[in-house]
Design a protein around this ligand. Structure first.
Ligand code: SAM
Ligand code: DTB
Ligand code: SF4
Length: 333
């Protein structure tokens, strides 16, 4: 992954981009998007919660934190066979990436981690991109995941460093960054991003975007979630963020991380099809499919199929989407 298109990327430059008039911002972002990706294609991923609930962390947004009464039932680590059939079903439904999530603060060496390694290597053999999100990881654990066939690791920075203590106090921002470095060092691709609409300011969103873009190399995958307010969590009454702010974040992300996949992740159930279309036009090129994310709801398959058909967006593998190093014919049509 290259660095941003800017020679040195300052917070000020990101802010200037973020605050461009909307038409200008969308136009520039879409131009950049077309330069690197086929704009008529979209990639689909599927999430599976392999270990649900009872998490010791106090992330204020999360249905799975043991600190809040969200009514979610705690579940043990899933069985390998169940995981494999979920992956096969996801592949049949058009997902090219399968992401397994566990409500852990960090990975602990031992039989549970060994079971996850087996899940990774089995799903890898199905010819899907395998992704995991398991909390903090050491260098040696990252290496073992890589050896098992892990393609990507999701670990979100969630927001700006200064806003972070408002949301989580059981770990530090630096801890997240360290895990991302461990993932990178092991040769696994990096998927990181955050949540919009947690009460952060525009300056926080700018600093969050800046932090994502200054990773060197840049993350291959950036997840942009719109907060799903969960009853029982401290953010249950949070007012929804205006759509135009979500679009500004995606457009800015596209401009400062031109070659990263941008995933319009949680929160699509609260967005109209026109809202989602603006996000795709601004540079988002991946979604999670299926009626469930990890524990929360997502548009169901027929609804997404209808939306994508109306927009003329066709599914594609991540690697086929990129126009870098290929003839740019799709781009010039
Ligand atoms: N425990 C692991 C971790 O925190 O990295 C993995 C699972 S965690 C559920 C994955 C990500 O989901 C979080 O980093 C957060 O960005 C996102 N997420 C969780 N709850 C959410 C919500 N209510 N709305 C939007 N995104 C959410
Ligand atoms: C990410 O940034 N969003 C996905 C994925 N990474 C793991 C998870 C969204 C979870 C939404 C809340 C839930 O379903 O529990
Ligand atoms: Fe635990 Fe991850 Fe939820 Fe935080 S976001 S409470 S670490 S499952």
């Amino acid at each position: 992954m290259p660095s941003s298109g800017f020679s040195t990327l300052s917070i000020e430059k990101v802010k200037k981009t973020y605050q461009l008039p909307m038409v200008e911002l969308l136009y520039k972002a879409h131009q950049t998007h077309r330069k690197y990706f086929n704009p008529n294609k979209i990639q689909a991923s599927k999430l599976l919660s392999i270990k649900t609930g009872g998490c010791p962390e106090n992330c204020s947004y999360c249905p799975q934190s043991a600190h809040y009464k969200t009514g979610l039932e705690k579940e043990k680590l899933m069985d390998l066979n169940e995981v494999v059939s979920a992956a096969k079903k996801a592949k049949a439904e058009g997902a090219t990436r399968f992401c397994m999530g566990a409500a852990w603060r960090e990975v602990r060496d031992g039989p549970l981690f060994d079971q996850v390694l087996e899940m990774v290597s089995t799903v890898h053999q199905l010819d899907m991109e395998v992704c995991c999100t398991l909390g903090m990881l050491s260098k040696s654990q990252a290496k073992k995941l890589k050896e098992a066939g892990l393609y990507a690791y999701n670990h979100n920075i969630d927001c700006s460093e200064s806003f972070y203590p408002n949301i989580i106090t059981t770990r530090k921002y630096e801890d997240r960054i360290q895990t991302i470095h461990n993932v990178r060092e092991a040769g696994i691709t990096v998927c990181t991003g955050g949540i919009l609409g947690m009460g952060e300011s525009q300056q926080d969103r700018v600093e969050f975007l800046h932090q994502l873009a200054v990773f060197n190399p840049q993350p291959e995958s950036v997840t942009i979630n719109k907060l799903i307010p969960i009853p029982g969590t401290p953010l249950e009454k949070q007012k929804p963020i205006p759509t135009m702010e979500v679009v500004r974040v995606i457009a800015t992300a596209r401009l400062i991380m031109p070659q990263s996949m941008i995933r319009l992740s949680a929160g699509r159930t609260g967005m109209t099809e026109s809202d989602q279309f603006l996000c795709f036009f601004a540079g988002a090129n991946s979604i999670f499919i299926g009626e469930k994310l990890l524990t929360s709801s997502n548009p169901d398959l027929p609804q997404d199929k209808k939306m994508l058909e109306q927009l003329g967006l066709t599914p594609s593998k991540e690697k086929e989407l990129s126009l870098v190093g290929t003839a740019k014919s799709a781009n010039t049509k």
